[in-house]
Design a protein around this ligand. Structure first.
Ligand SMILES: Cc1cc2nc3c(=O)[nH]c(=O)nc-3n(C[C@H](O)[C@H](O)[C@H](O)COP(=O)(O)O)c2cc1C
Length: 152
């Protein structure tokens, strides 16, 4: 019997074509704990249905989200997110195929932005928009690594 301990919440991407990842940044509009709860509730419900996983790094001045799953579901979800008026200045940082999920066990992990990421002054100065896709992907790889090793 194979162990199911680390089985992904979603089926393997190969069943629905290649695995796609997408990262964007945006600015929350009127950030509050209630708003974040509402976003995460809908995100987790829909993502479980759609076979998506990922992580949302959030802070009063910043959303940075990684979505991963079948291409058409990622694209449709990002389309809804783009139209959402709870944030603004949505800017796509990276999208492309990936060999494996970074957050296979998470419908949508939420994580406060940390000190090793960008500070508030840097965000205000546009650091996220200037971040390369490599830098943004490295942020999520590090978060995923911390989760896997139990630091987060
Ligand atoms: C920062 C942010 C992240 C979001 N993440 C997701 C997500 O991962 N999946 C999702 O389905 N909706 C997400 N949403 C919500 C969508 O914009 C939209 O409200 C929702 O998908 C509509 O779902 P419903 O028609 O089931 O209510 C997010 C919204 C914001 C502002």
């Amino acid at each position: 019997m194979p162990t199911l301990l680390h089985a992904p919440v979603a089926g393997p991407a190969s069943a629905a074509g290649p695995l796609m990842q997408l990262i964007y940044a945006s600015r929350p509009f009127g950030f509050s704990g209630d708003m974040l709860d509402d976003i995460l509730l809908a995100a987790r419900r829909n993502n479980r249905r759609d076979g998506l996983t990922g992580a949302l790094i959030c802070r009063a001045d910043l959303f940075l989200q990684l979505l991963e799953g079948p291409r058409e579901k990622v694209t449709a979800t990002f389309g809804r997110i783009l139209r959402d008026d709870r944030h603004m200045e949505v800017s796509l940082i990276w999208s492309g195929e990936a060999p494996a999920r970074l957050f296979p066990d998470w419908d949508m992990m939420d994580d406060p932005a940390r000190s090793w990421m960008w500070n508030r002054d840097a965000v205000r100065a546009g650091a996220i928009l200037q971040a390369t896709s490599g830098e943004a992907r490295a942020v999520f790889r590090r978060v995923a690594g911390e989760v896997a090793s139990g630091i987060a």
